[in-house]
Design a protein around this ligand. Structure first.
Ligand code: NAP
Length: 289
């Protein structure tokens, strides 16, 4: 039976770890706060006292934590997973990290005989719990082949962009464009409200017209009704992704004025309600200046 260590049981990681249990893997789990692990432990996961403890005897270690700092902490500190992983073990980073971080981690873990692949994901927490994520992979082809048995339970689409780091490049572009759409939508909705339009009609027209991307469809309803229940992606995480994306852009294509403007908008959204739904951008845009 394959053994997986799963680290980071937030909105996304909790459902992903559950998928390994459903698929019959032997699963060790660790999360900074233990409460989020309780039901997984009841379903048969082994609670671990640290990432290092979780990684003992694992064939693969999968991480799903917030950002670069959290990733560094769970892989590389003295209690980090790398301390006990055996040579040849897979290190699968599903967290959305910066491009430079993915390269640094690959180099560091490779020097310890481990195989690091970046595998950020798209899909909401419901897709994570159903094993229906899209996996955006950066890895040597041979490493990806080794990783596939550990990707099957969590994703139904694998997009292999090339060498380590390339999955992260695509993920950052994708989420930067998402940020642009959501911030633009907030401005459009606020203008429509101030102009006194029938907002039921606006919602219907947005959801069926030429700008009706999945982001616009999802967030237009939430913004117009100001119903942000069931937040799945926070302003803090969107801001983090836009920051990493703009940092990458600066090394390749300095300028990107739209991306910089949207990053500034998400600076404000994070200050307004970091741990709330990213769609609360509408509250910032529509308040009197
Ligand atoms: P979340 O619910 O906020 O969970 C964040 C996780 O990171 C928690 O397990 C948290 O531990 C852990 N963490 C944060 N700082 C840490 C630190 N310094 N040391 C150790 N652990 C730390 O976030 P999420 O929505 O699951 O997102 C996780 C990752 O997936 C992020 O990189 C995000 O960008 C990406 N992502 C999210 C979505 C989405 O729809 N939510 C979609 C695609 C990708 P605690 O539980 O103890 O706080």
């Amino acid at each position: 039976m394959q053994r997986v260590a799963f680290i980071g049981l937030g909105r996304m990681g909790h459902g992903m770890a559950g998928r390994y249990l459903d698929a019959g893997f032997t699963v060790a789990v660790w999360n900074r706060s233990k409460a989020k692990a309780e039901d997984l432990i009841a379903r048969g996961a082994r609670w671990s006292t640290s990432p290092e403890d979780a990684a003992i005897d694992a064939d693969a270690v999968v991480t799903m934590v917030a950002d670069d700092d959290a990733s560094r902490e769970v892989w590389l500190t003295k209690d980090g997973a790398a301390a006990t992983m055996k040579a040849g073990t897979l290190a699968i980073e599903c967290s959305t990290v910066s491009y430079q971080h993915a390269l640094d981690m690959a180099r560091e873990l490779h020097s310890r005989g481990l195989i690091y692949i970046d595998c950020p994901v798209t899909g909401l927490p419901e897709a994570a719990a159903a094993g229906k994520l899209t996996l955006l992979v950066g890895a040597d082809a041979a490493d990806l082949d080794k990783a596939r048995p550990f990707l099957d339970p969590i994703g139904n689409t694998v997009r292999h962009f090339g060498a380590v780091g390339t999955g992260t490049v695509f993920k950052l572009i994708n989420n930067l464009m998402g940020a642009v759409q959501i911030a633009g939508l907030a401005e459009g909705v606020a203008i429509a409200e101030h102009a006194g339009l029938d907002m039921k009609l606006v919602a219907e027209a947005l959801a069926t017209g030429a700008v009706a991307s999945p982001q616009v469809i999802r967030h237009s309803k939430r913004m117009i009704t100001r119903d942000f229940s069931g937040a799945s992606f926070t302003a803090a995480l969107r801001h983090k992704d836009a920051t990493y994306a703009v940092r990458l852009a600066e090394t390749l294509l300095p300028g990107v004025p739209v991306s910089r403007a949207v990053l500034a908008a998400y600076d404000e959204a994070r200050a307004h309600a970091a741990d709330d739904d990213e769609g609360k951008m509408i509250e910032i845009v529509s308040r009197p200046k």
